[in-house]
Write a protein that binds this ligand. Structure first.
Ligand code: PMP
Length: 385
């Protein structure tokens, strides 16, 4: 049994078994607790004990901040899944992909320049692609909004960086870069490019690709992410950034990541099968409910051939990108809030508030409560099908 640390907000009592009827369904953040049951089934193989004297030094024996054993294991995971080319590529670690993404922006911006590189992402984009460049307020780069608005523009900045999140957060689409040309550099955020969330049509082979443990094993709190990089100069600049920014990634985090990946691989494809089945079942339940609605619609994702499962696969996205169809429901988040559901409004992704993102990767309790609230909302709808 799971030891009770704290209850889900919809449950109370000494063993968290009492349901609070009017509680709010939390579909807000992308906390990947849907993988918790997998790890509860693999207690012994995933447990880690570290002696007090162990791994105290800043660096590893080779004087770097990157565990070569972990790097090898990450290459092996990519080779088994077939989701990224890592041969003859460099790998950098970061404190979650959050740190890796901004390190990549620094590494790709120009060294000695008076005008900042323009950073763009196509709408709807991952919120941090805007928030991080704005917050760091660097002389090297400046957030310039939707990538589509910079296509064919004569006043386009000489140099641009495009964040390409694929599959996309919020809408789960396999996204392609919008801008091309000798002065455009891309950062491909492949946080969700795992069989859990998408068919894998081919190994990704872009210049700079970013991955995260958070959405692979679900260990978001370990704060571990990595980049796979083609160009040695870009790699060196990212390493320099990480050394100045945080002196590399916590060795405890690297050790735990190693242990978890090793434990997962010992079970063959079980983690992917579990994650895919869970996400697919959730998506099917959601579609079934919303197919009765005239008021709400969902994104459409085409089935595609998956080289990991050797078959054409239905979608299993991490998020629902819900649209309120009625004119009077322009503030879709308010409509959902009134029905006791918290999502994340469209404007956070650079688009209109008739869209709301609902997280489908949280715990089973969170998902079940979300479905209960949505079923009720659709059942009360005037003219529901
Ligand atoms: N990229 C995308 C597209 C994400 O959705 C997230 C997490 N929500 C991240 C990066 C950051 O994840 P982390 O820092 O946990 O690796």
């Amino acid at each position: 049994n799971k030891p009770v640390c704290e209850c889900n907000t919809c449950f109370t009592g000494p063993d968290c078994s009492q349901f609070i009827p009017d509680c709010t369904a939390n579909a807000e953040s992308g906390d990947p607790l849907f993988l918790e049951p997998f790890w509860m089934q693999h207690l012994a193989s995933s447990a880690l004990v570290v002696a007090g004297w162990h791994q105290m030094s800043y660096s590893y024996n080779d004087k770097t901040f990157i565990s070569k054993e972990l790097e090898k294991l990450i290459r092996k995971v990519h080779a088994i899944v077939g989701n990224a080319v890592t041969e003859d590529r460099f790998i950098v670690f970061g404190a979650g992909s959050t740190q890796v993404l901004i390190a990549a922006a620094y590494a790709l911006s120009l060294e000695n320049t008076s005008s900042p590189v323009g950073v763009v992402a196509s709408v709807p984009y991952y919120t941090l692609d805007k928030l991080q460049p704005e917050y760091f307020n660097s002389e090297k780069f400046k957030f310039e909004g939707d990538a589509y608005t910079w296509r064919n523009r004569s006043d386009a900045r000489a140099n641009m960086i495009e964040f390409v999140t694929s599959p996309n957060n919020p809408d789960g689409q396999l996204k392609k870069a919008v801008l091309h040309g000798p002065n455009v550099k891309t950062i491909h955020d492949h946080a969700y490019y795992w069989p859990h969330f998408t068919p894998i049509p081919a190994p990704a082979d872009e210049d700079l690709m970013v991955f995260t443990l958070s959405k692979l094993t679900g260990h978001a709190g370990s704060r571990f992410g990595w980049a796979v990089i083609k160009d040695e100069t870009v790699f060196n600049r990212m390493i320099a950034h990480m050394e100045l920014n945080s002196m590399g990634v916590s060795k405890d985090s690297q050790l735990r990541t190693f242990k978890l990946l090793k434990a997962a691989l010992e079970e063959g494809t079980e983690i992917f099968d579990f994650a895919y089945q869970t996400m697919k079942t959730r998506w099917e339940r959601l579609i079934e409910t919303l197919s009765l609605s005239n008021r709400f619609s969902l994104q459409k994702i085409d089935p595609q051939y998956c080289t990991f499962y050797n078959k054409v696969r239905e979608p299993s996205p991490a998020y629902a990108w819900l649209k309120c169809e009625r004119e009077e429901d322009k503030d879709c988040n308010a409509v959902l809030m009134a029905a006791n559901i918290i999502g994340r409004q469209g404007s956070r992704f650079g688009t209109e508030d008739c869209y709301v993102r609902l997280s489908l990767i949280r715990s089973q309790d969170d998902f079940n409560i979300l479905m209960e609230r949505l079923n009720k909302l659709v059942a009360e709808e005037d003219g529901a099908k």
